[in-house]
Design a protein around this ligand. Structure first.
Ligand code: ASN
Length: 482
């Protein structure tokens, strides 16, 4: 029986894969902490021209870790995801220019404040809007999960504007600079730094910031007291010997271009491509690895679901239908957040972003594959099965030798289509901080503000890879057919 042979092999394969992916790294001698951060939040957190993370937060963290003898694995991503990961224990701490306030104290334990901040309201440079009242009915851009967004929401009650959410500060700024949104709210040091570096925006309340307060390092409430104590000790020590002042000076008395090199760089398409060659290559490689693994594993999983879908047992058929229904119905990003941010809190094991991303793709693309595989088998004329059976072939052999080969041929175009969709879907995983091609593009734009050129390059790379994938699939198709 075909099912009998394939089922256990596939189940074993998935079990082995699951175990390998969930296995946790071995503990090192010095404590190693997972610290999340905002991927683009200059002057606190951003990348230099070599794609190294720098900024006030990064320098403080590095110095504190050295003095307090701990190591850390840095996870840059959207601020909202970075904060969630710490709130539910997936990561140990977050340093992301994060404001200390009472709501956050309910969820996190907080370090001594290491910087003073407050919320600015911001419009396009030269905008005719002069007061918050004039925002009535207009759209205001906010960044998900931030203290500035909370402040913006309070103002909304009073001034009646509409809200549009973004995941990162640069895209949000650009929405205002382009005139799509009328205003935004963001922490003063961050907008001041962007304006100094040429962002065409203006701060409307420089002397009257909202919710002024400190910026701190956060850990999950009731956990990681040791890490928090180490941070506070380390911070006191760098404050005392002047290292802290040097760090602040380094970032606030200079231009961003000094770090990112973009002013000196040639910002033509070719120049951007050349100066970010290694970043693009790394991003592309991550996209390819994810795509190839996802295509193989999702196809196997989908074929299994499809075969189950035409089983003689109604239980097996029902299981397949339910799985397909559930995972085809969920938006990919919801599934990714659920696996990466939600699940670990329940199962008590951290899931690395790559594993979570791959699992998301397998479950989602596998469900689509399952549906067309089932359809493909059903499309094989029932006379084929009857003829095979009347020739004396048992059900399994008839399936394997007669129905499946014909069904697979019908499905080939659908497979190719699904492969291309899988490749494109990897871009959604940038939301959980996987540094694939799209996330790479976001980081580069945050650095050089060359949105049009960088996204044109990223789009061209996707098209090239999709063309290669289509050629390859067509070549395989021809070989199977003739
Ligand atoms: N400043 C933000 C906050 O306090 C954090 C961020 O956007 N990185 O919520």
């Amino acid at each position: 029986m075909v099912k009998k042979k394939i089922l256990p092999i596939m189940l074993a394969l998935f079990a082995a894969l699951g175990l390998a992916l969930l296995a946790r790294p071995v503990q090192a001698a010095e404590p190693n902490y997972v610290i999340t951060t905002d991927a683009t939040y200059a002057p606190f957190d951003f990348q230099d021209k070599n794609n190294e993370y720098i900024g006030i937060d990064m320098d403080i963290l590095k110095e504190v870790a050295k003095r307090e003898h701990f190591t850390y694995t840095l996870k840059p991503m959207s601020f909202n995801a970075a904060a969630q990961l710490v709130a539910n224990g997936q990561a140990d701490g977050i340093i992301a220019g994060m404001m200390i306030n009472d709501e956050r104290k309910q969820v996190y334990d907080v370090s001594t404040p290491y910087y003073q901040s407050g919320v600015a309201w911001i419009t396009k440079k030269g905008s005719s809007i002069k007061s918050l009242k004039e925002l009535k009915g207009k759209t205001v851009a906010l960044k998900t999960g931030t203290a500035a967004a909370e402040y913006g929401k309070q103002q909304q009650k009073k001034y009646g504007f509409k809200i549009k959410y973004f995941n990162d500060t640069d895209t949000m700024y650009n929405d205002v600079a382009n005139g799509n949104s009328a205003a935004t709210f963001e922490d003063y040091p961050v907008i001041a730094y962007a304006i100094k570096n040429g962002m065409k925006l203006q701060v409307m309340n420089p002397h009257n910031l909202g919710n002024a307060g400190g910026v701190g390092f956060f850990v999950q409430k009731g956990h990681n007291a040791e890490l928090l104590a180490a941070f506070n000790r380390g911070f006191a020590s760098i404050k005392k010997d002047g290292t802290y002042d040097k760090i602040i000076n380094k970032y606030l008395n200079s231009k961003q271009s000094k770090f990112t090199g973009d002013a000196a760089d040639n910002n033509s398409m070719w120049g951007i491509l050349r100066s970010n060659k290694s970043a693009f290559m790394k991003g592309l490689w991550e996209t390819i690895v994810l795509t190839v693994l996802a295509i193989i594993l999702a196809s196997l999983w989908g074929i299994l679901l499809g075969v189950m879908g035409i089983s003689q047992s109604k239980w097996i058929r029902g299981t397949s239908t339910t799985i397909i229904y559930a995972f085809r119905g969920l938006p990919l990003m919801v599934l990714a957040f659920f696996i990466y941010i939600g699940l670990p809190g329940v199962i008590g094991t951290k899931i690395p972003a790559f594993t979570a991303g791959l699992l998301t793709l397998i479950l989602n693309e596998g469900a689509y594959t399952g549906a067309f595989v089932r359809g493909g088998f059903e499309a094989v004329d029932s006379g084929q099965m009857e003829a095979a059976r009347s020739l004396g072939l048992p059900y399994g052999t008839a399936m394997r030798k007669v129905v499946i080969p014909q069904g697979l041929k019908i499905m080939i175009p659908s497979f190719i289509n699904q492969f291309i969709i899988t490749l494109k879907d990897t871009s959604i995983l940038s939301a959980i901080g996987i540094l694939e091609l799209t996330q790479t593009g976001t980081l580069i734009v945050a650095r050089n503000s060359q949105g049009f050129r960088v996204w044109a390059i990223v789009a061209a790379i996707y098209l090239i890879v999709i063309t290669l994938l289509t050629w390859f699939s067509n070549w395989v198709q021809r070989r199977i057919k003739y």
